[in-house]
Write a protein of this length. Structure first.
Length: 438
């Protein structure tokens, strides 16, 4: 790789990221049902009808997995706790579940790594799904209780904590586009989820602060660089940007929603939403930025709001069909700091790609991924040189894992997982990152 640790500011954190449902295995230990289980059990939703029952069996293999993180010269391990493991019925603490995360955090620390905790990475307990899920305000309030239970147990040892991972996916992708659990397509439900997920962030922040934890607290948002297909599509790209990027960023940093997005969503907002905005914009200590690709937008004149569709762009694509556009990461970081977050530290909490990876004996050569990381790290460096306070970069993901609606079909890991044996094989990208940051 052309970059190395010495190119980055002193103290810059290199890490790898994972999420509970994607790796732990819900059959391990005591875990309650989540909306991902029933979504996956519905014919046609997930490739091969696969679910997180076994996943990477990380629940039993976390020691071996954390050895890989340490031996890869990383500084930070980003992981999530599952609400369904901590509270299988959504409300009652399961001692066995918290004990697992206790062991996990200690194992992270024993290896000299910094634990970075995410409280919600998508496995909503089914009891809330039954009551309307994120379209119901009560779900956000219950999330605060869950956050408090986790922080009371782990808050003395985690270095950083994020309330929510990728609110756009939780709200829009899942309730308007219907592509993630619960697989709905309804603008009223989606709009309520768009607000209640921000309220859950507010409740989570209050719980973290009230727990007395010294962990740096924030939220992880996912961004896509909006690209109009032609000059005539500029307004469509702006509408996409409002829903995908500015809705959450503006709420959290300025306590307001973008006016152009409210033009479409306003009629469906829950009563009294304005009263929540002060809590939603309470100060955060850091912002997590997930970035993978850009999105090309085509205007749909005469269609109902938001009247756009995304269309394939011309650049080379990953196995997900996502265009590889490294400049979008640096440009987005620069824009976020300039227009929204100022001096607040930013961490790139996810960046990576799915590849058509194959084992050859014990090795897996993934040169496209090596180039992807190199180009995106160069883009981060360019933004840092422009003055953006980027403090870390985490690769997604440590392991091949359950890629939601794509099941186990897409491989994002820097470590190959043979699901038949659960053996782990570091890919060439793991070795390349290890050498670059050693
Ligand atoms: O696997 C997901 C992760 O759970 C959230 N961010 C994007 C990744 C790749 O799709």
């Amino acid at each position: 790789m052309s970059v190395s640790r010495k190119d980055f500011p002193e103290g810059f954190e290199f890490g790898v990221a994972t999420a509970a449902y994607q790796i732990e295995g819900t059959r391990n230990g005591i875990v309650g049902p989540s909306h991902w289980d029933s979504y996956a059990a519905t014919l046609g939703n997930v490739v091969n009808g696969e679910n997180g029952d076994v996943a990477c069996d990380h629940y039993h293999r976390y020691g071996e997995d954390l050895d890989l993180v340490r031996d890869g010269n990383f500084d930070t391990y980003r992981f999530s706790t599952a609400w369904t493991r901590v509270m299988p019925d959504g409300r009652t603490v399961n001692a066995d579940g918290l004990a697992f995360y206790d062991r996990l955090v200690d194992a992270v620390l024993e290896r000299g790594l910094k634990p970075s905790l995410t409280l919600y990475h998508w496995e909503l307990p089914e009891v809330f799904a039954d009551a309307g899920g994120w379209s119901n305000r009560d779900t956000a309030l219950a999330f605060g209780d869950y956050a408090r239970a986790v922080m009371d147990r782990l808050g003395d040892r985690v270095g950083a904590v994020a309330t929510i991972n990728e609110p756009w996916c939780i709200a829009w992708l899942s309730h308007f586009l219907g592509l993630h659990a619960p697989g709905m397509r309804n603008i009223r439900t989606a709009t309520r989820a768009m607000h209640h997920i921000n309220l859950a962030h507010a409740e989570g922040m209050q719980a973290i602060r009230a727990s007395g934890s010294k962990a740096d607290a924030g939220i992880v948002l996912n961004f896509a660089w909006p690209k109009p297909e032609s000059d005539a599509d500029a307004k469509a790209a702006r509408r996409f940007d409002g829903i995908h990027n500015r809705w959450f960023l503006e709420a959290i940093t300025k306590g307001q929603y973008p006016a152009d997005t409210l033009d479409g969503l306003g009629p469906y907002m829950p009563d009294g939403w304005q009263d929540d905005m002060a809590a939603i914009s309470a100060p955060i200590d850091w912002l997590g930025v997930n970035y993978y690709t850009r999105t090309t937008l085509r205007d749909l004149p005469g269609a109902v709001w938001p009247a756009f569709e995304d269309v394939p762009g011309p650049l080379p694509k990953t196995d997900m069909g996502w265009e590889i556009y490294p400049d979008g990461l640096g440009d987005m970081l620069t824009r976020i700091a300039r227009d929204y977050t100022g001096d607040t530290p930013i961490i790139v909490t996810e960046n990576g790609m799915a590849g058509d990876d194959h084992l050859d004996g014990q090795t897996c050569d993934d040169p496209v991924r090596v180039q992807y990381f190199d180009d995106h790290l160069q883009s981060v460096l360019r933004s840092i040189k422009q003055g953006t306070p980027v403090r870390g970069y985490y690769a997604w993901s440590l392991l091949d894992n359950y890629e939601w609606s794509f099941g186990y079909d897409k491989r994002f890991g820097i470590v190959y997982v043979d699901y038949a044996t659960q053996a782990r094989y570091p890919k060439a990208s793991y070795h390349a990152l290890k050498d670059a940051i050693g």
